[in-house]
Design a protein around this ligand. Structure first.
Ligand code: 9WN
Length: 437
């Protein structure tokens, strides 16, 4: 079963793998190395080409900054098919940046801890993988240290993001109310994404003005975290981002225990973890909605909308059985209509839902993978089986697209597979789903 598709998935990954030792997410549209993509991609390679899996991680971690920061994009090579590129981001403005690797000055969800643990679980030769992990793990620990030192402005164990691109869920309707508080200049720039993908599936030009303006503010302060926290109109505690951090803390603890020694680091991780879990539950849970939500630190209030990020906590050691039950009910009730594939990226009953546009509604394979493992962790096997079956159906029906229409019956003017084609993490996580033991 799936033999043809498995072969195609490997071809997508092998074709997107570059001579520089990293994998582009999709040709033309995303021609560099992205942080959370690299993590999911390494999991895919771990199933059939361990050398490439390790290389992906190593190449990304080589670009780490002096303060432990790992950038969201590393511009290993030049390309004129993407905007904004290295000339706009100017990472060299930061005295902490890595002079050998031009990059952005922002981050992406901290997936690397659990990626390393997942790679160890899937490979045959555990000894060799553990040896590799021993050479990389301190860099990931150091990255967590960066987050807790520089991004926890309220000292409660939750880290902020200052840009929608840091969330990974780039033009989610969650940010709309923040955009409404800003009035950025109208930039003159040439969009590149809309020459690869239909504009109806991408953010608007005005949204890009906001994205660029936030980067300009960060640049004005040479990417100094404390200054960004003071001056950025966008300062958010994201439940996906923080759940990934907590999940990765757990994985780092497990891996350090397997490696032996490292008592100080384990103790530090446990201390961070305790505070993070408590604050996540008290600050990000919305009783009325029965879900975790984003928190706007500038407005000092929750952003009361449910999206797929609201359930990422199921994958981490965050919720007790009662809260897991509430989350699963909300997921089923809001997203589980039989006319829809699981799981739309935004509440399908909301006015802000858009089934075709980027993160405003479509299904994403990496989110489905996180939710699948979360539902399994919570012991919800039936719903977990449904999300896995839906994921495989989407990939079989449309191919390795970047995102998908959640509607099982799409209107005649829509295709159903959207964004970039031959998209790496869709292929990589497909391999993980079908090779599951
Ligand atoms: C900006 C690479 C990245 C993903 C993000 C996805 C999209 C970039 C863009 O592509 O964002 O980072 O230009 O739209 O939203 O999650 O990591 O695949």
């Amino acid at each position: 079963m799936y033999n043809d598709l498995i072969q195609k998935a490997k071809t997508v990954l092998d074709t997107n793998f570059q001579p520089g030792g990293f994998t582009i997410p999709s040709k033309g549209l995303y021609p560099f190395q992205w942080k959370w993509d690299a993590g999911f991609i390494a999991i895919g390679f771990a199933h059939y080409d361990v050398v490439k899996a390790k290389k992906e991680i190593e190449t990304l971690l080589n670009a780490q900054w002096k303060n432990g920061f790992i950038p969201h994009i590393v511009f290993h090579t030049e390309s004129d098919t993407y905007f904004p590129g290295p000339d706009f981001h100017q990472s060299h403005l930061s005295k902490e940046s890595n002079p050998d690797y031009p990059s952005t000055g922002m981050v992406q969800p901290p997936v690397l801890g659990f990626v390393l643990e997942h790679m160890l679980n899937v490979v045959e030769d555990k000894k060799a993988m553990l040896q590799f992990i021993s050479t990389q793990i301190d860099k990931v620990f150091w990255n967590h240290e960066y987050f807790y030192k520089e991004r926890d402005v309220t000292n409660e164990g939750l880290v902020y993001i200052y840009h929608n691109w840091e969330s990974g869920t780039d033009n989610s309707p969650i940010w709309d109310d923040i955009w409404a508080t800003m009035n950025p200049p109208q930039y003159t720039f040439k969009r590149k994404d809309t020459s690869h993908v239909d504009a109806s599936q991408r953010p608007s030009n005005r949204e890009y003005d906001h994205y660029l303006y936030l980067i300009d503010i960060a640049k004005k302060y040479n990417y100094k975290d404390a200054k960004i926290a003071e001056h950025s109109p966008f300062l958010v505690l994201d439940p996906l981002f923080n759940a990934m951090l907590i999940k990765s803390n757990e994985s780092l603890i497990n891996l350090y225990k397997k490696l032996g020694g490292h008592a100080d680091k384990i103790k530090q991780l446990e201390t961070w973890q305790k505070q993070s879990v408590a604050s996540f539950n008290s600050k990000l849970f919305n009783e009325e909605l029965g879900a975790f939500v984003h928190y706007d630190l500038k407005a000092d209030q929750q952003i009361p909308f449910v999206c797929s990020s609201s359930f990422a906590a199921l994958y981490a050691p965050i919720v007790d059985a009662d809260r897991a039950e509430i989350l699963v009910n909300t997921l089923q009730h809001k997203f589980g209509d039989e006319s829809l594939y699981l799981c739309a990226s935004f509440d399908p009953s909301s006015e802000r839902y858009d089934p075709k546009r980027y993160w405003r509604g479509p299904v994403w394979i990496n989110m489905n993978w996180i939710l699948y493992l979360g539902l399994k962790r919570a012991g919800k096997t039936a719903l977990a089986a449904r999300i896995k079956a839906d994921t495989l159906t989407l990939l079989e029906r449309y191919g390795f697209y970047e995102y998908f229409d959640a509607r099982k019956k799409v209107p005649d003017d829509a295709f159903g597979g959207y964004g970039g084609d031959n998209f790496s993490w869709s292929a990589a996580l497909f391999l993980d789903f079908v090779n599951e033991k």
